[in-house]
Write a protein that binds this ligand. Structure first.
Ligand code: UN1
Length: 503
């Protein structure tokens, strides 16, 4: 397939990037074909402080706008995303390397969260409660926090930002977004769409700010007392550093970090469904989702049968240019990711892992960059160290169990706790998996895989995954501050707990 000419798409998305190659710019190269896409200036200290000041002023204006009218702005952003879906989806695919279908899917996720946020803008409900004192009324209400800092990862370069930004905005906050330095151009595309809507409505541009830089810039955000909430998505190591920095100043965080997601396949599973869920979960986005299926825990009675089905399915996988819709799997993000993939395979072999589908780098004229690798499968023992870590690559570990209790122990016995699934047609097994004695993850599914969560649910996980929740359900509450209000409309001052205090 011919190399994509990205220029017309960049023009339609109103992106005018530089061609600089110096220490003050970030250069973006496509993992699809290794081509240079463009460069963006790194936000330096002075301009960072300037942006924060402008954001703070914009917050004073934005918080006065009634929430449903803030929702109207987000509705228009959603409309604009609809009309740019094809271009933006293609750019996501080209800059990040995920398949075109997944690029479009990512933009669809953005459109969906806009719709969700619009509805939510009329539903930021507080509770009323009964006072113990006569002629007193108690209720709680929710106020915006101020500036929300969003740190996002390369793997969902735009959707994860939109989950945070749209909800933060309808709550009355303004956002400063530091996208991954591996995907700076898609961030520009989104920012253009938002700025255009803000301009058409005569609203301050500083409701949405993009800053570009690496971990040092992330550190500036995390340590900045002007930013009450940091929502960070990325590795556990990054999250730990952000959490420690924000905690020193007693700020708030929403952390969505590493996953190590497993599917339990019981002897009562529909093996066809289980196969599709496992393969898509393991190789989709080239194994670079937080929710990627990394482990299969398979009941011994169906183990050999399922293993053979997996091998046959992997033989049919097509790895190649993700813009060609007949390919299932695109490249890894960069050569460093390829190295991590090779190291994990090596470590797995050293521990005694047996590869039933071999990995390796793909070379040849079909592969337009050095980032294409073979999805692989290793048979492992649950005690291996390698399977306790998250490697962002299409490496699937499979293991055997005999009782469901044993399977659940294996599934939970990792430091991460994001997504999990059970494949079974047996009600007792399914309910046990969802019960307090079952999965310890933030997401637990029955008869669907670990990846591909809908935006309507709260997204996030436990343990080293960080504990934060983003996107749907009542995740919005983390973007606001709760205020409890008690109003005395009597002519007395009765004290709580019946305390007497007379002068
Ligand atoms: C991520 O990988 O950071 O559930 C987010 C999914 C997607 C989101 C993944 N909706 O796979």
């Amino acid at each position: 397939m011919a190399v994509l000419n990205i220029s017309p798409i960049l023009t339609r998305l109103n992106i005018h990037t530089g061609t600089e190659d110096n220490a003050t710019s970030i250069k973006s190269f496509s993992p699809v074909d290794g081509q240079f896409i463009g460069s963006v200036p790194i936000t330096d200290g002075a301009s960072y402080h300037e942006q924060v000041k402008k954001s703070a002023l914009a917050f004073e204006e934005w918080k006065q706008v009634p929430a449903p009218l803030r929702g109207e702005i987000v509705r228009q952003i959603g409309e604009s995303l609809r009309s740019h879906k094809k271009d933006l989806g293609t750019l996501v695919s080209y800059e990040m390397g995920k398949s075109l279908q997944e690029g479009y899917g990512e933009v669809q996720e953005m459109i969906d969260i806009c719709d969700f946020a619009v509805g939510l803008s009329r539903q930021l409900y507080g509770l009323t409660t009964q006072s113990e004192r006569p002629k007193h009324r108690m209720y709680e209400q929710w106020h915006p926090l101020g500036i929300v800092g969003v740190i996002s990862a390369f793997n969902f370069p735009v959707a994860v930002w939109s989950w945070n930004a749209t909800i933060a905005w309808i709550c009355g906050n303004v956002c400063i977004w530091k996208p991954s330095e591996k995907t700076p151009i898609t961030a520009l595309a989104c920012q253009n769409i938002v700025l255009d809507v803000l301009a058409k409505n005569g609203i301050s541009q500083h409701i949405s700010t993009v800053i570009q830089g690496d971990a040092r810039l992330g550190k500036s955000l995390a340590s900045d007392v002007n930013i009450p909430l940091i929502s960070a998505t990325g590795s556990t190591a990054m999250g730990r550093s952000v959490a420690q920095t924000v905690a020193t100043r007693l700020g708030k965080t929403i952390l969505e970090l590493g996953g190590n997601n497993a599917i339990i396949i019981t002897e009562n599973a529909d093996l066809e469904t289980a196969l599709l869920a496992s393969v898509f979960g393991a190789v989709g986005t080239a194994g670079q989702r937080c929710t990627t299926t990394r482990r299969l825990i398979i009941q011994e009675g169906v183990y050999e049968d399922f293993k053979n089905r997996l091998i046959r399915a992997y033989q049919q996988l097509k790895v190649g240019n993700p813009l060609d819709e007949t390919n299932h799997v695109g490249p890894l993000i960069d050569e460093e990711a390829v190295q991590q993939y090779l190291i994990a395979i090596d470590n797995c072999k050293k521990e005694g892992g047996k590869f039933i589908v071999e990995g390796g780098i793909l070379k040849g004229s079909d592969y337009l960059s050095s980032c294409y690798v073979k999805p692989c499968i290793a048979e492992v023992d649950p005690s291996f160290n390698i399977i306790k870590t998250e490697t962002f690559a299409p490496i699937l570990y499979i293991m055997k169990y005999s009782t469901l209790a044993e399977a659940i122990n294996i599934q939970n016995d990792v430091p991460q706790g994001l997504s999990s699934s059970i494949m079974t047609l047996n009600l007792r097994e399914a309910e046990h998996f969802l019960s307090v004695n079952g999965s310890d993850c933030g997401i637990a599914n029955v008869n669907i895989g670990t990846s591909g969560a809908e935006i309507g649910g709260a997204f996030g996980g436990e343990k080293e995954t960080g504990g934060g929740r983003e996107s749907g359900s009542d995740a919005w509450k983390a973007y606001m501050r709760r205020q409890t209000n008690t109003i005395n409309y009597s002519d007395k001052l009765p004290l709580a707990q019946g305390i007497k205090f007379d002068l």
